[in-house]
Design a protein. Sequence first.
Length: 224
Amino acid sequence: MREGIRLQNRDIELLIFLGKYKIISLDNTRYIYETVTYQEKRIVLLAKYNYIRRLKHRYITLGIKGKEYLLENGFEVREHCRNKNNIERVNVISDIASAMIQDNLNFVPSWNMKKEDEPTTHSRRYIGKLEYNSQDEFLVYAIYDGKDDRYIKSIYYDIRKENGYTNAMIFTNDIDKIVQYEKGFYFGNRHTVLVPYNEYGKFLLRNNYKVRHSIYLRIKEIKR
């Protein structure tokens, strides 16, 4: 009898996620399996049979069998990024996307938004877009460790020149800095939402959509 593994529904969801977003941290696999520890057993098996492979710093990506399964079933397969300059960005995109695994939320990574007839989009700062109930769309940005004032200003300009989206969402671990320099920011969108880029912020995003609409207004009230 041939030795192997029977894929469960959550295993398949994990493979589909990896095919789309390239990478995921072991901690964030709990969003897919919706358990605290059970996914660890499945990951051990998936790695054993080459559906996934382990990377440094508790990350995983697709293995040979995982790629074969996705291609045979018509799913997207994106190669894991090996460029050191882009790995951090890919990690952030995967981190935020995994936190948005909900029936009413859909996160589209920036590489699926690029248009071949618009070469300037390749230098844009957004990391993707969030679709809510297939109606509202937010252009999503992230400001994380290592990003300086110059990078923040580049996001200002990016939002100003984006005419296709009425909503913007910014994940940041330094909300005070953005509020402090509000005059330099363009809040011309219908909704510009600031989300703390930490576990609490991701919890709010997953569990209370209305909070996301009011975060910026509440911050302004506190600062008055």
